[in-house]
Design a protein around this ligand. Structure first.
Ligand SMILES: [Zn+2]
Length: 110
């Protein structure tokens, strides 16, 4: 992708890493990082959580647009991701107790 390298160089290393992780580069495609445990796994193994126009959605097919995070489908990773408001900050949405419980429900039923 021409221009990507230049763009990355003008960003902080932290941000550049984030962007790099978001691109589907050859060889590293479909690997997403769990917000909870930080492990990199195939996209299909993780749950995609999207802030779709202000609504929190679980989107396994990756069809919805919006700010998203990937988390392993296990309670411990969701709890880790919720710690220190990480989940809220990544998604730019407030994660209430109710919303969080809904997410946990999705894991149990998904
Ligand atoms: Zn995880």
């Amino acid at each position: 992708m021409p221009g990507t390298e230049r763009l990355k160089n003008s960003l902080s290393p932290e941000l550049a890493t984030k962007i790099k992780g978001g691109y589907n580069l050859p060889g590293v495609d479909r690997l997403k990082q769990c917000l909870g445990c930080g492990e990199r796994r195939e996209e299909i193994e993780l749950m995609r959580i999207v802030n779709n126009k202000g609504e929190l959605k679980v989107d396994p097919g990756g069809r919805l647009s919006g700010r998203d995070v990937y988390i392993c489908p296990q309670v411990s990773c969701f709890q880790a991701a919720r710690k220190d408001n990480q989940l809220s900050e990544e998604l730019h949405i407030e994660i209430t107790e109710e919303l969080f419980n809904q997410l946990l429900e999705e894991i149990n039923h998904g």
